[in-house]
Design a protein around this ligand. Structure first.
Ligand SMILES: *Cc1c(COP(=O)(O)O)cnc(C)c1O
Length: 407
C-alpha cells in the first residue's frame, strides 16, 4: 500500500486457493483473506455495518450485495472466513454460519417446510431437535413420522409415500445408535425427500454425510469445532441449490453468528483434526478399560467390536468418535455415586470440550422425555454419557477406575 493509495479495506471474495490441498491443510489456510495489514492470524471484523464512499456505491451494493459487504446480518468478513474454511474441509458447495447449533437445525428445517409436508426422523436424537420436529407437526401442520433409526425396514415403510425431508443424527445422542447414511439417503431420494444430517457427534473429521448421499449437514459448532468450551455457534453445509431457499431465510430471520464467535471458531478449526484424533485414541482406550471393569454392565462405543452396529460404523465413519455411553451395574443411585466420585471428569450436560465431561441423560438432557420414550431409545436409569477430552487418557482411566472401585 503506497501513501497515495486511498485506505479502503475491501477484503475480496477470493480466499486462498486450497483446491488440491489435503483436508488438514485446508483447516489452516482456507478462508484466509488478508487485509492491507497482511496479518498472520485472521482479522476480526467486529462491525455491524459498513459505510459507502458515495450514494451511488450504496445503491450499487443494494442492487447486488455480492459486490461488497452491506450489513453483518447478511455477510461479515470474519464469519465468511469461517464459512469458507468449514466448506473447504467438508467439500460442500456452501456453508452458512449461525449463532447456535439449534439455529442451524431450525433454519435448515423451517426454510423448507410447507404445511402438510411429510417428514421422517428417528426417535433417537438431541432433545431440542426432537422438540422442533414435534413442534413442526402441531404448529405448522407438518406430518412427522418417527422411526427406529437402526431399522431399515421402518425407514422403508415410512418412506413409501412422498416425503419432503428426512432429518437424522448419527451416532445418536446419547446412546450412539448408527443410522445407515447411504441406505437411508437412497430411500429418501426415491421418496422425493432431502436428507439433513446432524453430524455433531461424528464431527466433520470422522464422517462426511455429503459423500454418502446426504444433501445437507448441520453442526453445533459449540462442540468439536470450537472444542474448548468457549462459545456457541452453528453451521449449515449444503448445495447451491439448497442455498437458494436457505440464504433468504437466514438473511431475513437473522440467526447470524457473531463475528467474535466466528473468529474463535475459525481458530478452533485449525486444531480440530488433531484434537479429535487425540480424543478418539483416548476414547478407544477408555471404552476398552470400561468394558473390562467388573462393575460396568454395558459399554456402547461405535469403535468397539461389541457395538451392535460396529460393521456399519466402520463403513461410514473414520473412527468411533469422542463419546462413550456406559452403565455401571445398578441404577440411578450407582450412576449418581459414580459421577459424584469422579475428580478429573466433571459433571456437565455439554460435550465436545477439551475437558472430559459426564452426563446422566435420564435426569438432565432427556429429563423431559416420558419413561416410554426413554425406554425406546435405550436410556436406562444407570446410563451415562462420557465426552472424552484432551487429558492424558491414563489419568481418565484412573479416575473412572477409582470411582467404579468405590461403588
Ligand atoms: C449441542 C447439540 C445441538 C445444539 O447445538 P447448540 O449449539 O447447543 O445450539 C444439536 N445437535 C446435537 C447432536 C448436539 O449435540
Amino acid at each position: 500500500m503506497t501513501s497515495d493509495t486511498p485506505f479502503v479495506l475491501t477484503p475480496v471474495d477470493h480466499p486462498t486457493d486450497v483446491d488440491g490441498l489435503r483436508p488438514r491443510t485446508r483447516l489452516v489456510h482456507a478462508g484466509v483473506n488478508r487485509s492491507p495489514f497482511d496479518e498472520t492470524s485472521e482479522a476480526l471484523y467486529l462491525t455491524s455495518g459498513y459505510v459507502y464512499q458515495s450514494a451511488e456505491e450504496a445503491e450499487a451494493a443494494f442492487a447486488n450485495d455480492k459486490i461488497r459487504y452491506v450489513y453483518s446480518r447478511f455477510r461479515n468478513p470474519t464469519v465468511q472466513a469461517f464459512e469458507t474454511r468449514l466448506a473447504a474441509y467438508e467439500q460442500a458447495e456452501r456453508c452458512f454460519a449461525t449463532a447456535t447449533g439449534m439455529a442451524a437445525v431450525h433454519a435448515a428445517l423451517l426454510s423448507q417446510i410447507r404445511a402438510g409436508d411429510h417428514i421422517v426422523a428417528p426417535h433417537a436424537m438431541f432433545g431440542s431437535c426432537l422438540w422442533i420436529l414435534k413442534q413442526l407437526g402441531t404448529q405448522y401442520g407438518a406430518d412427522v413420522t418417527f422411526v427406529d433409526g437402526t431399522d431399515l425396514d421402518q425407514w422403508r415403510s415410512a418412506l413409501a409415500r412422498p416425503t419432503r425431508l428426512v432429518f437424522l443424527e448419527t451416532p445418536s445422542n446419547p446412546m450412539l445408535d448408527i443410522v445407515d447414511l447411504a441406505a437411508v439417503s437412497a430411500l429418501a431420494h426415491a421418496a422425493g425427500a432431502l436428507v439433513i444430517v446432524d453430524n455433531v457427534f461424528a464431527t466433520p473429521v470422522l464422517q462426511r454425510p455429503l459423500t454418502l448421499g446426504a444433501d445437507v449437514v448441520v453442526y453445533s459448532a459449540t462442540k468439536h469445532i470450537d472444542g474448548q468450551g468457549r462459545c456457541l455457534g452453528g453451521a449449515i453445509l449444503c448445495s447451491e441449490d439448497f442455498a437458494t431457499t436457505l440464504a433468504p431465510f437466514l438473511r431475513n430471520t437473522g440467526p447470524a453468528l457473531s463475528p467474535f464467535n466466528a473468529w474463535v471458531l475459525l481458530k478452533g478449526l485449525e486444531t480440530m483434526e488433531l484434537r479429535v484424533r487425540a480424543q478418539v485414541e483416548a476414547a478407544t482406550a477408555i471404552a476398552r478399560a470400561l468394558e473390562s471393569h467388573p462393575r460396568v454392565a454395558r459399554v456402547l462405543y461405535p469403535g468397539l467390536e461389541s457395538h451392535p452396529q460396529f460393521a456399519l460404523a466402520r463403513r461410514q465413519m473414520k473412527a468411533g468418535g469422542t463419546l462413550i455411553a456406559f452403565e455401571p451395574i445398578g441404577g440411578k443411585a450407582e450412576a449418581f455415586r459414580l459421577s459424584n466420585r469422579l475428580r478429573i471428569i466433571r459433571i456437565s450436560n455439554n460435550l465436545g470440550d477439551s475437558k472430559s465431561l459426564v452426563t446422566h441423560p435420564a435426569t438432565t438432557t432427556h429429563q423431559k422425555l416420558t419413561d416410554d420414550e426413554r425406554g425406546r431409545v435405550g436410556i436406562g436409569a444407570a446410563s451415562l454419557r462420557l465426552s472424552v477430552g484432551l487429558e492424558d487418557p491414563q489419568d481418565l482411566i484412573d479416575d473412572l477406575n477409582q470411582a467404579l472401585d468405590a461403588l
